[in-house]
Write a protein that binds this ligand. Structure first.
Ligand code: CDP
Length: 209
């Protein structure tokens, strides 16, 4: 069973993907981490401007060496969205994602283009949304809890900017797949959102027989 979960920044897709994967005992890949890791590599080598260097970083990315905790900052999210707009970077990460999705038991992948580009044949596709203000509030709380010196307004500006860049780019833009089911989590807590997501997944998988 392949479950594709897409949505904009801080929509709750990562939390849902983790919970759903744990529920079914499936491996989970947070594909945002791939772009964050590529961006981190570029920044360590001097900056984001060199397209060739970002493609090389994507080609040589090793999942085993990714440290999620080191990549969670707002600045890294922004840098990830810059390198993620490059077709060569996206192409270089295709194979790794396809291999992850092709595991025997299946997999849960979350990102921006899982249902549209990476796993168009996924058994279940969820498109998780929430208003920009709610998403900014969630992300602000997460970052503040980690001790980051950010304000709510900074986070809201960052989220709007990233939404625009991710939706407007020509390479695999953030867009809901035709056969995805939308889940708006603006007014849902984590448990409620998980229950709503599970209702969609069970309904879809029962139809598959
Ligand atoms: O956690 P959050 O939603 O803030 O970000 P993320 O999922 O870690 O993704 C960081 C950035 O990577 C996004 O803003 C996208 O530009 C890019 N990304 C992408 O282009 N395609 C994916 N499948 C996943 C992330």
């Amino acid at each position: 069973m392949i479950i594709a979960i897409d949505g904009p920044a801080a929509s709750g897709k990562g939390t849902l993907a983790r919970r759903i994967a744990a529920h079914y005992g499936l491996p989970h890949l947070d594909t945002g981490l791939l772009y964050r890791a590529v961006a981190a590599r570029c920044l360590a080598l001097g900056g984001l401007d060199d397209v060739g260097a970002s493609e090389a970083a994507a080609r040589t990315l090793d999942l085993a060496t990714i440290d999620p905790e080191a990549l969670r900052s707002a600045a890294m999210g922004e840098a990830a969205s810059v390198v993620a707009a490059r077709p060569g970077v996206r192409a270089a990460l295709l194979d790794l994602q396809h291999r992850f999705a092709a595991q025997d038991k299946g997999a849960v992948l979350d990102g921006r283009d899982i249902g549209t580009v990476i796993c168009p044949g996924a058994d279940v596709k969820l498109f998780v949304t929430a208003s920009p203000e709610v998403r900014a509030q969630r992300r602000f709380r997460e970052l503040a809890a980690r001790g980051a010196a950010v304000t709510f307004d900074d986070v809201l500006v960052d989220i709007r900017k990233r939404d625009e860049r991710d939706s407007q780019r020509s390479a695999a833009p953030l867009v809901m797949a035709d056969d995805a089911v939308a889940l708006d989590t603006s007014n849902l807590g984590i448990e409620e959102a998980f229950a709503a997501a599970m209702a969609i997944v069970t309904e879809r998988t029962s139809r598959l027989g």
